[in-house]
Design a protein around this ligand. Structure first.
Ligand SMILES: Nc1ncnc2c1ncn2[C@@H]1O[C@H](COP(=O)(O)OP(=O)(O)OP(=O)(O)O)[C@@H](O)[C@H]1O
Ligand SMILES: [Mg+2]
Ligand SMILES: [Zn+2]
Length: 526
């Protein structure tokens, strides 16, 4: 009969429990020194060994000849617990037995001395699911526990437990297991099962499972169902991940502002039935990796990926500004949230990708951007010279301002008059330089633009729309007016030198469509 891997490889002694020395070492010592507690609380993320350790502990306290704190696995008690003939160990699932009566029954039973073993052990799994009444009943027992009873409470959601319960227990926190440790264990399991697994494949499984051993073994199980030679590619395919090249290519397109390119890749992935929310999540991970590469001294230590992927990701990170990366993560995360709320995933993914390509998504974060730009400087300075911190760096703080009126299109006659009297503004480049001081991204939006002065107006002209998108934001208009004032010493109103014929709407759909058109993608609306 086939047994799923995670059952087959459930550790039987503490030594086989990986990545939780803070738990296993302490428990072993307590057993060796005969100093076990009457109530334990095992908490921490799922699939990291809580139930496993409860079972080992239940056996170890009762084993007739424990070996160095571990159950021997051979004596009558160990065997009886394994085959279920000894009834003194009870596992209770609090998710389905959460009423006050369930706990009362347990209390009455707990008063009796054990039939075969030394201790009656009650393992209450998912203990956070108990009702208030049940917690109170349990509390009474925990306050005066019969000497022959041990409670082990296990939960992933410790914050849902009453403080009164927690304070009666010895608490152990189970950690997410390090990717290397998981990979070692997977390699061991593969050896036993007569399979081969690439190191990168094992690390990828660990990364996908986010530190959970059970999920890692389940994914390995699925992979082994397909081949006994487990490669990174097989893992990606089995887990439904986009291959890394797609992620790298999408990012290359974003760097090149090639909206049509991203749409093509997304389309291809969609056709090979890749889930768009998953893709979005993977892009978030990829951008996060770039963020870490840009901010950490030794990013290699925390990023689980193959050497060649790391090199490619680093190359991309070095050609993208930190502020742009962070703002991209932000956009992707919002897109992911919307996908989870039922919007059309494919359109959401495409829309976000096109926006990332146009880069105007960074324009409304000037406050945040200033800080990030300042942080970038600090990090750069510290990397070059660790003593640089002494030359203090000032963090810019944006002051609150009254909202400015929107740019309205003046009447046709007024426009005519303004244009007639307009003279080229010679200090425009200086204004852009001044903007660059607080945001290089915003300044880049004005690349190729020119400006005219006419009366008390500065009229901006530009071959692309990005700068007008930026100027639609009141805060950005304030910044622009401030920069103009700093450079010219005068207050000016802002306007456009020419207006496009068709009216522009703020509506996300129409701006998306114009983004698409700008990217050369034909769009029809039904
Ligand atoms: N630390 C670990 N070392 C080795 N194997 C582990 C470890 N943690 C979990 N496993 C594997 O995962 C399986 C499930 O673990 P376990 O039931 O102990 O997790 P859990 O923490 O109780 O999870 P949950 O919170 O979902 O109940 C085990 O059978 C075992 O194969
Ligand atoms: Mg469990
Ligand atoms: Zn034993």
């Amino acid at each position: 009969m086939y047994r799923v891997l995670y059952r087959k490889y459930r550790p039987r002694v503490f030594a086989d429990v990986i990545g939780q020395p803070q738990v296993t070492e302490t428990l072993k010592n307590e057993i060796i020194n005969n100093r076990t507690a009457h109530a334990y609380l095992f908490t921490g993320s799922r699939g990291t060994g809580k139930t496993t350790c409860s079972k080992i502990l239940a056996k170890a306290v009762n084993c007739l000849s424990p070996v160095d704190g571990d159950p021997c696995g051979e004596c009558a008690i160990c065997k009886g617990i394994d085959d279920g003939s000894i009834m003194d160990i009870a596992e209770i699932d609090a998710a389905s037995n959460n009423g006050v009566d369930d706990i009362r029954m347990l209390r009455e039973e707990a008063d009796f001395t054990p039939a075969n073993a030394r201790f009656r052990v009650y393992i209450i799994d998912e203990v956070h699911m108990l009702s208030i009444g049940a917690f109170n009943a349990l509390l009474k027992t925990l306050e005066e526990p019969p000497p022959h009873v041990i409670f082990i409470l296990a939960t992933t959601e410790v914050h849902k437990l009453p403080a009164t319960i927690m304070s009666r227990c010895q608490r152990f926190d189970f950690h997410r297991i390090a990717p290397e440790d998981i990979a070692d264990r997977l390699t061991y399991v593969c050896e036993k099962e007569g399979c081969a697994i690439e190191r990168d494949a094992a690390l990828l499984i660990a990364g996908i499972a986010d530190g959970a051993m059970r999920d890692s073994l389940s994914l390995l199980d699925q992979c082994m169902g397909q081949s006994d030679n487990i490669s990174e590619e097989l893992v990606r395919k089995t887990a439904g991940l986009a291959d890394k090249t797609s992620l790298l290519s999408i990012t290359d397109c974003i760097l090149a502002r090639d909206a049509a390119g991203t749409i093509n890749i997304i389309d291809e992935l969609h056709r090979s039935s890749k889930d768009m929310a998953r893709l979005c999540n993977e892009l978030i991970e990829h951008f996060r990796a770039m963020m870490l590469i840009k901010t950490m001294k030794k990013p290699r230590d925390v990023l689980v990926m193959s050497e060649s992927d790391f090199e490619k990701t680093s190359a991309q990170a070095s050609s993208m500004q930190l502020s742009v990366i962070i703002s991209a993560i932000d956009s992707l995360q919002s897109a992911y949230d919307r996908m989870m709320h039922g919007v059309n995933r494919r359109i959401e993914m495409e829309m976000t990708a096109v926006r990332l390509c146009s880069d105007s998504n960074t324009s409304d974060n000037s406050g945040l951007e200033q800080r990030i730009a300042a942080l970038e400087k600090i990090i750069g300075a510290l990397k070059a010279d660790p003593s640089a911190l002494q030359n203090s760096v000032q963090m810019p703080v944006s002051k609150p301002k009254a909202p400015a009126p929107p740019i309205k299109k003046p009447s046709a006659e007024k426009m005519e008059k303004l244009r007639r009297e307009a003279v080229p503004m010679t200090q425009w480049q200086e204004v852009i330089e001044d903007i660059k001081k607080y945001s290089r991204t915003v300044a880049a939006g004005f690349e190729g633009s020119t400006a005219y002065i006419s009366g008390d107006y500065v009229l901006v002209d530009s071959p692309n729309d990005i700068c007008f998108e930026i100027l639609r934001k009141p805060a950005q208009r304030d910044n622009m007016r401030d920069s103009i004032k700093r450079v010219t010493g005068r207050e000016y109103k802002l306007g456009r030198y020419s207006y496009p014929d068709e009216p522009k709407s703020d509506d996300a759909l129409s701006s998306f469509i114009s983004d698409l058109k700008a990217a050369g993608i034909p769009v029809t609306i039904e």
